[in-house]
Each structure stands twice: as C-alpha cells, then as structure tokens.
Design a protein around this ligand. Structure first.
Ligand code: ZN
Length: 475
C-alpha cells in the first residue's frame, strides 16, 4: 500500500466516523423536535377541552354576551347513533345560573319528558373532543418520516354546501323562521283551498300570530303541535312539511305508504299548530336583533352559552312547564326568567299557553301530540292518568313500531312530569296525548343541521299524522 493510499483510507475512516456522529446528532435533534411538537399539541388540546368545559358549566351569568348566532353546527356524531335513553339518568345535573342548589329529583326517575334527553347527562360528553385531539402518550417517536414542524398548513377553503332544494312549497332544510312559516302557509292555502285553511289562535308575547292549520274535512279532530321550545324549531318545519305532503297526496288521491290519505282526511281533521313559540324561534334563528325588547332578554339568565340554545318564550318562561297540571309541584331550579326551565310565577301566565289551552278546550280533540327534540322517544303516559285512558299502551306500541322510536316508561312523579302540555291534556280530557321527541340524540343543545332534515326527522316521522288520524277513527 502506498503512502498516499494509506492517507486516503485513513481520511475515509475519519470521514465515516464524523458522518456517524453527525447522523446521531441529527437523530437526536429530530427526536427532540417531534417530542416538543407533540407536547405543545397535547397541551393546547387539553386547554381547549378545559375551556370548552368551563364555558359550558360556568358561563351563565346574565352579563355574559353570547354570540347572537353561532355558526357552529352541532357535531353530527350523535345523529348517527341510536337515540337510546338507557343511560339518561339524572335530569337535573344541568348547570343552572346563579341559583342555590335545589333538591334534585330522584335520579332514577324515568319519564322526565324533557330532561331525560339532556345530552349533558350522557356519558362521554367531552369524550369525543379527547378522542379527536390525538392525545396519544408521548413515547419516543420514530424520526422517519420526517415531520416538518415549520410548515404552516394552508387553509383549504371549504366550498359552501349545495343548498338542498325543497320538493314543494315548504323548505325544511333551512333555519326555519316565523316569517317563512307564515309565507308558506299562505301559499299552501292558495294551492289546496279545498282541504286546508289557516287561522290565528292568539298572539305571542311580541304579537306574532300563533298559526293554526286545519287539514282535512272530517268531523273527528286531532291536535298536533310543535316548537313549545324555541330551539326545537325543526318540529315546526316537520309539521309544515307534513301538511304539504298530506294535502298533496289527498288532492292526487294517492296512498302515502299504507295510508289512504283521502279516506283519512275525509273523516279526521288535523288541527296543526306548527309553532307555539314564534318569538323564541326567531330569537334562535335570527338572533337578538329580531327581538323587540332586547334589553329585557339580555337581562335574563342564559343557561346555555348562546341564543341558538334558547328554549323559553321571550318572557323567559318555559312554555312546557306552564300548564295547570301539577304546576305547583313542578320543580323549578331557576326561579327567574331564563333561557330555559323557569316555570313562571303561576300556571298559564303566558299568552302562548293560554292560546293552546283555549284551542284544546274549544274543540273535542280525540287525541293530541306535542313534538319536541331530541331523543327519538315517545312519552305516552303519566302515573296520574294512565289508568283513566283506555287502550293507549297498545296504540303507543304501534306508534313505536311505525317510527322505531323508543317507548318510554310511565312518568312517575308530578314534580318531574308536571305542567307539560301533554300532561295537562291527559289530566283535563282523559284522552291520549303524546310527547314525541323527534331526531336522534347528540351531545349538544344547539339545534341540528337542518340540511339533514330528511334523515333526522322525515324518514322516521312522515306517517305519524296519518297514523294518529287512523287511530282517532277507531276511537
Ligand atoms: Zn322540548
């Protein structure tokens, strides 16, 4: 070996050594970088979840200024789930603003018609957030493939979803308002004057008409109503869609499913009040600017973070805790005007409730159904009246079979079930009255994504009005 060759070999050996050291240093830097990135990410996610929880649980003081309309649609995860209520236990773990602790009702009590569906009571409320946050344990990461921590992801503009076109006059795929309902009801009356008429049964707090649609020519009557609760306005679009479809099938003399629409509507008239609480619905869907007395509403307790989650009427009274049926016993953990749960200073103080009572007393309804969300469930009986209303259990089983909704247990305690429309109707008339929770559970009190109306509501619920008319014919 020549001297120069020897030098070259030595040089190569040195170079290799240097490279090995360099590679080890690079590996170390990579490991440290990845570890740092993961740590920062995890901390940020944890903080986000914590913030979210804090907002949900403590943001109730009246001075809070919530966003008028949150553009955040609820996570659709819940919509995929079966609306099973098995694990819905305590009805009043709900956070409540600024009030002393109220003795909670029996946690095992079934049949609290609204509260069982409180998504906050579902296990794993914040669970999805954690699952999505990528909170994997920080183990030694593999350096390849090399992450690029410095690369800032470019925001990809999400194209606006194509609006779903309604098949007729009624458009249920949007945030439904009082104005839209009035306009559509006018058009429906124009198109189907032989079978359909409209009138007002009274005025809301802010003077909006409480619309009644009479559909059918029969002497027998049944009552269907929606949106006692503002944020549940999808029950209004549902009843409007139902009105149009039944009128169309009647006019075309076609069967809808197994139902002979013409025969049913010639024998039974559907009295439909699509929106009991128009002021509340407009607050939910148009924001504070749609309210006449903004200051009054701003001064009320906000139980949820935004006005999208408003439930009461515009006086801050929960209309389904207002009816004179065990009203005195009904628990009230708010005690003052609020976005939900306040039962008022006395039964039937609110004009919307008075209008519904007058309508129900003036007509000989064979049965009634009041629509709410969420839960895909049927509340059909309370202990106080169940033995006085014959054949209602068998009817409920048929309804559950038709809709695939869950038939709930008999509501046991007046302090929990009292003061709802259906409870009052049963007590007053000793006839069937259902509280039907359309739409599946999800983990939020924000209304659903209305563009999914068909899947959320219509596919399961489209025959309910005809089913009830058919049942009324047998009574
Ligand atoms: Zn409700």
């Amino acid at each position: 070996m020549t001297r120069s060759t020897k030098n070259l070999t030595q040089h190569i050996v040195n170079l290799r050594k240097s490279l090995k050291v360099f590679a080890k240093i690079m590996d170390l830097i990579l490991i440290l970088t990845v570890a740092a990135v993961l740590l920062v990410g995890t901390t940020a996610c944890t903080r986000f979840i914590k913030d979210k929880k804090d907002t949900g649980l403590e943001g109730h003081n009246t001075s809070a200024k919530p966003a008028e309309i949150s553009e955040n649609e609820p996570g659709e995860t819940g919509d995929e789930k079966d609306g099973s209520l098995e694990n819905a236990p305590d009805s009043e773990k709900k956070p409540v603003p600024e009030t002393e602790k109220v003795e909670e009702p029996n946690t095992q009590e079934p049949g609290n018609e609204e509260e069982l569906n409180n998504p906050e009571n579902k296990p794993g409320d914040a669970g999805s957030g954690i699952a999505d946050s990528g909170q994997t344990p920080v183990s030694t990461p593999k350096p390849s493939p090399t992450p690029k921590p410095s690369a800032t992801p470019k925001p990809t503009p999400t194209p606006a979803p194509e609006p779903i076109l309604p098949s007729g006059i009624v458009n249920p795929y949007v945030k439904y308002t009082y104005e839209q309902m009035m306009e559509e009801s006018r058009k429906l009356q124009e198109k189907y004057p032989d079978i359909l008429s409209t009138e007002s049964i009274g005025s809301s707090v802010e003077g909006k008409d409480i619309l009644l649609i009479k559909l059918g020519l029969g002497e027998k009557k049944i009552l269907l109503c929606g949106a006692h609760h503002a944020r549940e306005y999808i029950t209004s679009s549902y009843l409007m869609k139902m009105t149009e479809e039944y009128a169309r099938y009647y006019t075309e003399n076609k069967k809808f499913g197994n139902y002979n629409v013409k025969n049913l509507l010639d024998n039974v008239t559907l009295y439909i009040v699509p929106m009991v609480n128009p002021d509340g619905v407009n607050l939910v869907n148009k924001g504070l600017s749609a309210v006449a007395n903004k200051e009054d509403v701003e001064a009320m307790a906000l139980v949820r973070p935004t006005y999208r989650e408003w439930k009461a009427n515009i006086n801050g009274v929960d209309l389904n805790r207002q009816y004179p049926a065990h009203w005195e016993e009904k628990y009230d953990n708010v005690g003052k005007p609020a976005s939900e749960n306040y039962k008022g200073t006395a039964a039937a103080t609110e004009p919307e409730v008075q209008a519904m009572m007058a309508l129900s007393e003036e007509n000989d309804f064979i049965l009634a159904a009041s629509f709410h969300t969420k839960g895909n469930a049927i509340y059909w009986a309370d202990r106080g009246t169940v033995n006085e209303i014959p054949r209602v259990e068998a009817m409920t089983k048929r309804l559950a079979s038709l809709t695939k909704y869950q038939r709930m247990p008999i509501s046991e305690k007046p302090s929990i079930y009292g003061a709802g429309y259906e409870n009052w109707f049963r007590l007053k008339f000793k006839r069937p009255a259902f509280c039907i929770e359309l739409t599946p559970y999800n983990d939020t009190d924000v209304p659903h994504d209305d563009s999914k109306f068909d899947k959320l509501v219509w596919n399961n619920a489209r025959y309910i009005g005809l089913f009830l008319a058919d049942e009324a014919m047998k009574r």
